[in-house]
Design a protein around this ligand. Structure first.
Ligand code: TXA
Ligand code: MG
Length: 460
């Protein structure tokens, strides 16, 4: 098997995509039904199951190899490696081209496993009194309510630490999460390891929510991607630090601040992430670390912005991506938009991700055409039309529109997929309709990711 160093030099791996239907791998057996995944549990793999064999192959590679394995979680796809081995963790940084000062989240599959990881010298952490519990008490009600799920907590790093130094990038804390994806839980359990796993995108690209997205970014750089279908949540976990007083949210995510505030000990939780809201936010290339960025220039536009200001953003562009959310219709440019029928409110028939384009059928269901054998987001559709600025056809602009609809969970689920899909159309600019910020649901997470992706933000 290639070492991480060889992996860096050799980017000609044949990347295989293995499908895993987690309902076919076998039986999950819980020691305590009430505790479920929080307690001790195990899997009895079905011997004849291809899905079980695929999962087992990934687990074996994680134990024995230095190349990371991509796998789905409920939030986004992760790029996993044995968190206890430096050579394996370095493989993640190499494959993603991730700066080594950005620490990784460690994924666990049960609380007994986490307690063993946090008390490496204690042989029987299960019998600990509450005062000796290596998991600080501020986290107990959070864990009871949100784990397994899209919440990451900062814990004190034990000394000696069983984790590779590269996981925590010299921080005194380790970020830990127990995913709710059964496929992810089963993989961690079979590997018998805590798995370090950042999102499985190339550094600076939007996080992947399908196996196809991972392949777009990491084909040739890793050996194996487990394909468990599109992710349910679509944005990354909420990261909280309960070791500081008052506790803080370091990254908004699937679990919102208003829900956190209801938890004992978390009423005064503060927000500690930066979300600039300037009228115009020019980005000097290289000045700022790019994040969630497709190749096209992303312009984030407040939904109340007038048509002329919006048109001014695409004065010279010949091809434009349009990503609508809560209020925009295709008439947002205020001029004739050949190819679109008049439409009112978004058509709710087609599910979470749908188009605001009346009865018209999408011209193309966006699929990553060059990518075979992966599950694509089944309901993401892009509509093509031509925008005629002056009504004389002298400056026709190709417009690709994806409407994410009004449902906030649906927007979160489709956001990264839509940015990638529009990028595949090679548009020069992607205009994104912003959503109102707020503490409820995934709003803060969506606004945060869009602000990071955007080179420019326009408010009326
Ligand atoms: O949903 C998720 O969290 C996904 C899936 C794969 O689990 N993972 C993910 O990982 O988003 P990543 O590496 O893309 O983001 C990890 C975030 C970063 O913002 C990092 O700075 C922060 O967690 N982080 C990790 N360890 C930390 C630490 N010790 N102190 C402060 N922040 C930390
Ligand atoms: Mg990431």
């Amino acid at each position: 098997m290639a070492s991480a160093q060889e992996a860096l030099m050799n980017t000609n791996h044949r990347t295989r995509v293995l499908k895993v239907d987690v309902s076919k791998i076998g039986a999950f057996v819980f020691q305590d039904q009430q505790l479920g995944f929080l307690g001790d549990w195990d899997i009895q793999l079905s011997e004849a199951s291809v899905d079980a064999a695929n999962l087992q192959e990934a687990a074996t590679r994680l134990r024995d190899g230095d190349l990371p394995v991509a796998f789905p979680t409920e939030t986004v796809y992760g790029l996993g490696a044995d968190a206890t081995r430096s050579s394996a963790v370095r493989g993640i940084y190499n494959a993603k081209r991730r700066p080594s000062d950005n620490p990784l989240i460690t994924h666990i599959s049960s609380l007994p496993q986490l307690r063993r990881m946090l008390s490496p010298l204690d042989k029987s952490p299960a019998g600990l009194a509450a005062s000796q519990d290596p998991i600080p008490s501020i986290y107990h009600p959070l864990i009871a309510k949100f784990w397994p799920g899209p919440l990451t907590i900062l814990l004190p790093l034990p000394t000696p630490s069983p984790l590779a130094a590269e996981v925590t990038a010299s921080q005194p804390t380790v970020a830990v999460r127990m995913p709710s994806s059964r496929l992810a839980l089963a993989l961690i359990k079979l590997a018998k390891l805590p798995l370090a796993a950042p999102s499985a995108n190339a550094s600076s690209k939007p996080s992947p929510t399908t196996a196809g997205h991972v392949l777009q970014d990491l084909s040739g750089r890793i050996d194996l991607i487990l394909d468990g279908g599109p992710c349910e949540v679509g944005v990354e976990s909420t990261v909280v630090d309960g070791l500081s007083d008052p506790p803080v949210v370091l990254r908004p995510g699937g679990i919102s601040v208003d829900i956190l505030r209801e938890i004992p000990g978390w009423k005064d939780v503060r927000i500690a992430y930066k979300d600039s809201n300037q009228k115009e936010k020019p980005r000097v290339p290289g000045m700022k670390y790019r994040h969630y960025s497709p190749n096209a220039k992303v312009v984030l536009i407040h939904s109340d912005t007038d048509a002329e200001t919006i048109r001014n953003q695409i004065k010279t562009a010949r091809s434009v991506g349009l990503l609508t959310t809560e209020r925009w219709s295709p008439q947002v440019f205020g001029v004739r938009h050949e190819g679109h029928h008049e439409s009112g409110l978004p058509d709710k028939e087609s599910g979470q991700i749908h188009a605001d384009l009346g009865k018209r059928k999408p011209e193309e269901i966006i699929k990553a055409k060059d990518i075979e054998n992966t599950s694509e987001n089944p309901t993401l559709a892009a509509y093509h039309s031509t925008l005629d600025f002056h009504g004389k056809g002298d400056h026709p602009v190709d417009v690709w529109t994806i409407a994410l609809g009004q449902d906030v969970d649906g927007i979160a689920r489709g956001l990264f997929s839509a940015l990638r899909a529009l990028d595949q159309k090679n548009v020069e600019v992607i205009l994104v309709e912003g959503i109102d910020d707020g503490e409820e649901g995934a709003r803060a997470a969506i606004v945060n990711r869009l602000r990071k992706a955007a080179e420019l933000e326009i408010n009326p």
